[in-house]
Design a protein around this ligand. Structure first.
Ligand SMILES: [Zn+2]
Length: 476
């Protein structure tokens, strides 16, 4: 079997792979509740001869499919969780929920799971037919959206034996992932006061809502005195009730903090918690701090990224029919407009080779080109739990054009496109690239050595410290 046969195997199984992706789209299950989605992926892995282990790190929907034994251990990661409130009919050009208030795959994790499955299937076939030694894993990682599934899994050692990790994410552009992302932590502040009649006996009351408001005010003032990479967000979970003539005895909010380096989050969290402590002191209320989740920043690995790029060079990009171009054009005009220009941040990095490609393809309604690896100077102000994997082992990612140009993620427009032919084509292309790249690490052990040499250099003597303390359980 040669590497072109990996592509053929994926093509021959295209329907099985897209069916899995479409089924996960239909299930649209939220973080840590992806029971049917995980089962669907596991079913096909078993059919393909992988040994499936479930309940990794004590998380019922975290699992792995394992083929082979010994070194190297190459892992292809797959996500499959949906987002709340994004239920949407597939293929339509207007906002139209399937279930009002229901869930939807606004981040394309149905494709993420399906594409990674396809890659694992193709790579396994190649290893088997060519008698190559080593272990190939498909690792099913739940709860990327706000749950930090991979972070909990990293904390509990799931990636400790992994030599190389590969994954991808659907977007509107084919590229080798070149962005750093921010580390984050999320905590819940719960204030407890004393209820009282707000009119006749306010002096007996102690307001938890006051404490919460003072905390937020303190955080606003704190913004001036942090480095520019810091992001501080909050959401009020409970304002204490709807009666203004009662002194609110309980109030709670969730606070999410981001920083370019995971190391900076501990002191930042302490400062923010001090603001909440101060608010509790001012209002004579009690504060309880509950740690929710967190993830580390992404460490890029050039060796693994360039191996993905090499394979992206060799796999033919998808071609689109006249109908698909016409559909994309109409969808963009009717449902997206100018949208979110994902190419802008890349262009700003100023790599002439990349910018020449962008220049040529900028107005294509489907980005039918790919951007080579070109590490970004600045971090994107988002976060991903892939960050934690990238601290534990050399990790690289592909981005796959599964959406019409300028579609923003976490939108109904993205959900609507998640089962379409453009999405499927993007997913299968990425599956081929990742499947081919995975086998390179089995064929050439020096690549693994090189990736680890670089990984150690990137860490510069630091060791991975999980941002989620021991004893904290996932928020479900
Ligand atoms: Zn996502």
């Amino acid at each position: 079997m040669n590497k072109k046969d990996i592509e053929q195997y994926i093509d021959a199984n295209a329907k099985r792979i897209t069916d899995v992706s479409d089924a996960i789209w239909d299930y649209a299950e939220l973080a840590f509740h992806e029971t049917r989605s995980a089962a669907e992926l596991q079913r096909v892995l078993r059919e393909e001869g992988f040994e499936v282990h479930t309940n990794l790190a004590g998380i019922p929907t975290a699992f792995e499919g394992v083929y082979g034994s010994g070194k190297p251990v190459v892992a292809i990661l797959g996500e499959f969780d949906a987002l709340a409130g994004l239920s949407q009919e597939a293929g339509v050009m207007e906002e139209q929920p399937v279930i009002t208030g229901g869930n939807g795959h606004g981040c394309g994790h149905n494709l993420f799971g399906g594409g990674s499955l396809g890659a694992a299937m193709g790579a396994k076939k190649y290893l088997e037919e060519n008698g190559l030694k080593g272990t190939l894993k498909f690792i099913g990682t739940p709860a990327e959206e706000g749950g930090g599934g991979k972070t909990f899994m990293a904390r509990d050692g799931v990636f400790d034996d992994v030599d190389i990790a590969i994954c991808w994410h659907p977007s509107d552009t084919f590229k080798i992932w070149s962005f750093k992302l921010l580390a984050n932590v999320q905590v819940t502040f719960k204030f407890k006061g004393i209820p009282a009649h707000a009119g006749s006996r306010p002096h007996l009351g102690r307001s938890a809502l006051d404490a919460l408001e003072l905390t937020n005010m303190g955080i606003q003032f704190l913004r001036e005195h942090v480095t520019p990479d810091i992001r501080m967000h909050y959401a009020i979970l409970d304002a204490g009730g709807t009666a203004p003539n009662v002194v609110q005895a309980r109030a709670s909010e969730r606070v999410l903090l981001r920083a370019e380096n995971a190391d900076d989050l501990t002191p930042l969290l302490e400062r923010v918690t001090n603001v909440a402590r101060g608010a509790a002191l001012m209002t004579d209320t009690q504060l309880e701090v509950e740690f929710n989740t967190g993830n580390s920043n992404i460490i890029l690995n050039d060796t693994v990224a360039l191996q993905l790029e090499k394979n992206m060079d060799e796999v033919p990009l998808p071609t689109y029919t006249d109908e698909e171009w016409a559909y994309a054009k109409e969808f963009k005009e009717k449902a997206i407009g100018t949208g979110f220009d994902s190419l802008k941040a890349i262009e700003a990095n100023g790599d002439p080779k990349v910018n020449a490609i962008i220049e040529q393809g900028r107005n294509h309604v489907i980005h039918d080109f790919y951007l080579p690896y070109s590490p970004m100077k600045n971090a994107l102000p988002g976060s991903s739990d892939v960050g934690d994997v990238s601290w534990v082992c050399p990790t690289a990612q592909v981005s796959g054009a599964c959406q019409i140009a300028t579609t923003g993620s976490h939108t109904w427009q993205a959900v609507s496109q998640g089962k379409g032919s453009i999405a499927h084509k993007g997913m299968l292309f990425v599956a081929k690239v990742m499947g081919r790249a995975a086998v390179d690490f089995f064929e050439d052990p020096t690549l693994v050595e090189q990736a680890w040499k670089e990984h150690r250099k990137n860490l510069g003597g630091r060791t991975y410290v999980c941002p989620i303390p021991k004893g904290v359980n996932p928020v479900k």
